[in-house]
Write a protein that binds this ligand. Structure first.
Ligand code: KIV
Ligand code: ZN
Length: 517
């Protein structure tokens, strides 16, 4: 790639709400999707892929609501190259000010033969028809030849040329199964630039999956070879091993701008708040040593490193923690802190609270401050997220009492509310206090699940830290994840279990996916 003095601006296309949401247990309800979309807009993401409208009523409503309310980013909806998909995508986007339709069709020999049972000519025909139909609705059209990285080079060039001729303004080259390596993928992109005659009429985008742990490396190799858009997700969420991680790829380009000679519009101090929000909403924890947003990403343990840091920060730090949104100290508030200080902290953490929400969070904050001396950022985030869950959850925990003695069957009395109704169940069974409480919840709600994972961790530090419980459970072949927070770990676990039940209920009413990629 010839270098010029002006750095190229790379378009950041976020697909957390579409590809990210496709990972098992990561489905979000409408309110959660709106919160994530707002966090993405605060990050200055250029394009937000808000969903795949044909797949469910929930996805349709989310794309429509996001297109109508979120400003500052282009809002995109996904569709297969089929008329009903494209019409539905447009129906959800049509009232938005700045929207894009993204159509896709698989092109690799494996997909043609086994999935689509179509020959090359039919693939080109369908791709062209799909792009044309989308173009009849709006100007901004993206086309993706799914599994492009495993598609024969000549055929990929033909499809891309035909899609651009039909009106595609962005051509996205997916490595759908994470098979590519950096040199190979660089070759795919430069081949397209050298061989597709009308390639200058479209932006080249890349969409890399992380099955071999190479999604970020492959995306960067594509950028070095002329790609101008990267598709990525917060925390690298996505099908199987996930997608290219937004925070990693953005910080790689920013930190090594000397090498890549590119910029993005991303407001990098919003990266940690966005990561935290997505993690708490989906229940997908961020590994401690995850690059950029992991809790240990800027922790220096070795004495030699600490010594070096004290002498000169750059001896061991290539980025400043505050540049990605870690606050210098996260010990923030205590018993005597006021509402304004809380509002300030909540804002810095990336939450948009109404007056009414702030009042409720402030009440909980005061209760927590009575139980716990130091209130950290993690505590505040947990309080706000807990409030959020409470406002939409159908089933709410009213009270419980347990008697548990080692070697004896435990007994629990649990009261839940559902709307105006309250119901109570006393049970004596199970292996321990949590087992009996979970069974009582199942009895009262009429939903029986299989718990597939259960973790409790502290949200902050200290013996009085709040416990955060995450439960993953299977119901009717689908995975749901629930989260609960409290200074009492039994209560946190009970709330997490109840959150799973509430997610099952809201999933049922919002409709299940009817088609996936
Ligand atoms: O991985 C993939 O190929 C996709 C397409 C829909 C872009 O997600
Ligand atoms: Zn994908």
């Amino acid at each position: 790639m010839p270098t010029s003095s002006e750095p190229r601006q790379i378009t950041i296309f976020d697909t957390t709400l579409r590809d990210g949401e496709q990972s098992p247990g990561c489905s979000m309800n409408l309110r959660e999707k709106l919160e994530v979309a707002q966090a993405l807009a605060d990050l200055n993401v250029d394009v937000i892929e808000a969903g795949f409208p044909i797949t469910s009523l929930g996805d349709f409503k989310a794309v429509r609501e996001i297109a109508n309310t979120i400003s500052g980013s282009t809002i995109c909806g996904l569709a297969r190259c089929r008329n009903p998909d494209i019409d539905r995508a447009w129906e959800s986007l049509c009232q938005g000010d700045d929207v894009r339709i993204h159509v896709f069709l698989a092109t690799s020999a494996i997909h043609r033969e086994f999935k689509l049972r179509m020959g090359k000519d039919e693939i080109i025909h369908r791709a062209v028809e799909g792009v044309k139909r989308a173009k009849s609705y709006c100007d901004n059209i993206e086309f993706s030849p799914e599994d492009a990285a495993r598609t024969e080079a000549d055929f990929l060039c033909q499809v891309v040329e035909a899609a651009i001729d039909a009106g595609a303004t962005t051509v996205n080259i997916p490595d759908t199964v994470g098979y590519a390596t950096p040199n190979h993928f660089a070759g795919v992109i430069s081949d397209l630039i050298n061989r597709v005659p009308n390639i200058d009429k479209a932006v080249i985008s890349v969409h890399c999956h992380n099955d071999l742990g190479l999604a970020v490396a492959n995306s960067l190799a594509a950028i070095e070879n002329g790609a101008k858009q990267i598709e990525c997700t917060i925390n690298g969420l996505g099908e199987r091993a996930g997608n290219c991680s937004l925070e990693e790829v953005v910080m790689a380009m920013q930190t090594r701008s000397d090498h890549y000679q590119v910029t993005t519009r991303i407001n990098t101090p919003r990266l940690v708040p966005a990561s935290r929000l997505v993690s708490s909403i989906t229940g997908m924890l961020v590994q401690r040593n995850k690059a950029i947003v992991g809790r240990n990403a800027f922790a220096h343990e070795a004495g030699i490193h600490q010594d070096g840091m004290l002498k000169e920060r750059t001896t061991y730090e290539i980025m400043r923690p505050e540049d990605v949104g870690f606050t210098k100290t996260d010990l923030v508030l205590g018993k005597h802190s006021g509402r304004a200080a809380l509002a300030d902290r909540a804002k810095a953490l990336g939450f948009h609270l109404t007056d009414e929400q702030l009042t409720k969070v402030f009440e909980d904050f005061k209760d927590l401050a009575d139980k716990k001396k130091d209130i950290y950022d993690g505590d505040i985030a947990a309080l706000i997220e807990h409030q959020d869950t409470q406002t939409v959850d159908q089933w709410k925990l009213v009270t419980y009492e347990i008697q548990s003695t080692s070697g004896k069957t435990p007994t629990a009395t649990l009261t839940l509310s559902h709307g105006d109704q309250q119901c109570t169940k006393t049970m004596s069974c199970g292996d321990g206090p949590l087992d009996v409480l979970f069974r009582a919840i199942e009895e009262l709600t009429g939903k029986t699940v299989t718990v597939t994972d259960f973790r409790v961790q502290s949200s902050t530090r200290g013996k009085d830290a709040q416990g955060e419980a995450i439960i993953e459970a299977e119901y009717n072949g689908r995975i749901y994840r629930g989260r609960g927070v409290s200074t009492d770990t039994v209560e946190a676990s009970t709330r997490a279990f109840l959150n799973v039940i509430n997610r099952i209920e809201s999933g049922t009413t919002e409709g299940q996916p009817g088609a996936t990629t």
